[in-house]
Design a protein around this ligand. Structure first.
Ligand code: AMP
Length: 331
């Protein structure tokens, strides 16, 4: 990608303030434009850009949000080391190959700052933080980096059942944080539609359910996984893999493709057999498995046979990087 060559007029408008964002969207609506939102945490790659292209094919104007959401990270997770390159991201969004540039980038500094942080002295914040810590975790028993910030945010969206399994098991605050920040983004940007990658399959389903259950008038579009040439699902976290672990991590996509082909060639529909093949391949390559599950595409409930549309979902650690991937099988 020739990102570095974009002329300034080809670059998106950058909006950092919630009210400015609302104003921008309102102005677009007054001009009769439809708006698509692509929420991201930045460090953009071709997978993100494929969502942008999809959004551009569906709506008149496209907003990409770039915000690393502290609400979906627990204090022990990788918020502080999450990669970022805002300048590079803007260049990429100004020159999506073959498409027009993105219209606006929403890049808020802190979506959980309600004005109380800025007015306090540092000492007050430190005292408040230690009080929060003494009180222990909130009633729900889980805590994210937002509670750690002590900003007083206390409203969370929980998609009760869909968020429990798969990634929700090992990341108890993750989907609560995702659903909440997406609801906030929807209220600020007010899009007609939003595009999500099926790379984060459970996330896409959780957001679909939230939109249905809370009557957001927003169409949720799922977009296919973009892979590197050798099959590795693109991810912002891939840069943190050592070359050796990157090679080993290919066991994830290879075993997913193999499982799909076993089903399609009629060799097995038994999920325990399929799961066994994946577990062996990934742990054999040196990966530490978080989960390998074969679930119904809609309900995300575990199935015993591939007798309906299913998705095989994997999460595994290579070194200190947790990777997720999946493959849909029509059944
Ligand atoms: P992230 O920046 O990782 O939060 O991702 C932002 C959006 O991009 C989410 O909807 C992801 O599912 C999507 N995404 C990330 N990687 C890929 C990929 N390799 N292919 C398709 N979509 C992706």
């Amino acid at each position: 990608m020739e990102g570095g060559s974009a002329a300034p007029e080809e670059l998106p408008e950058i909006i950092t303030n919630k009210d400015e964002m609302r104003k921008w969207s309102r102005a677009m609506r007054c001009r009769g434009k439809t708006i698509a939102l692509v929420p991201t945490m930045g460090y953009l790659h071709q997978g993100h850009l494929s969502l942008v292209e999809k959004a551009q094919s569906l709506a008149d104007v496209v907003v990409v949000s770039i915000y690393v959401n502290p609400g979906q990270f627990s204090p022990s997770e990788d918020l502080s080391t999450y990669p970022s390159d805002f300048h590079g991201d803007i260049l990429k969004l100004g020159s999506v190959s073959g498409c027009r540039r993105v219209d606006a980038v929403f890049h808020p500094h802190n979506l959980y700052d309600y004005g109380n942080i800025g007015r306090k002295g540092e000492r007050d914040i430190v005292e408040e933080l230690s009080e929060e810590r003494e009180k222990g975790p909130p009633a729900s028993g889980v805590s994210s980096c937002v509670e750690e910030m002590g900003a007083g945010h206390e409203t969370w969206v929980k998609v009760e059942r869909l968020e429990r399994g798969l990634c929700g098991k090992s990341r108890p605050v993750f989907f609560r944080g995702v659903a909440t920040v997406v609801a906030k983004l929807f209220n600020i940007v007010d899009p007609d539609m939003a595009v999500f990658g099926k790379k984060d399959y459970q996330q896409w389903r959780v957001i679909q359910r939230m939109v249905r259950d809370l009557d957001f008038g927003i169409r949720i579009v799922g977009s296919d996984i973009t892979r590197e040439q050798d099959g590795l699902a693109m991810s912002s976290r891939n840069v943190r893999l050592s070359p050796e672990d990157r090679g080993k991590a290919l066991s994830i996509s290879r075993s997913l493709f193999q499982a799909k082909s076993l089903v399609e060639r009629g060799q097995t529909t038994n999920c325990s057999d399929l799961r066994g093949t994946l577990v062996q391949a990934i742990s054999g390559a040196g990966g530490k498995i978080d989960y390998v599950e074969i679930v119904d595409q809609e309900s995300l409930e575990t199935v015993g046979e591939v007798d309906r549309p299913v998705v095989i979902c994997v999460a595994a650690w290579f070194g200190n990087v947790r990777l997720i991937d999946n493959i849909e099988i029509s059944g």
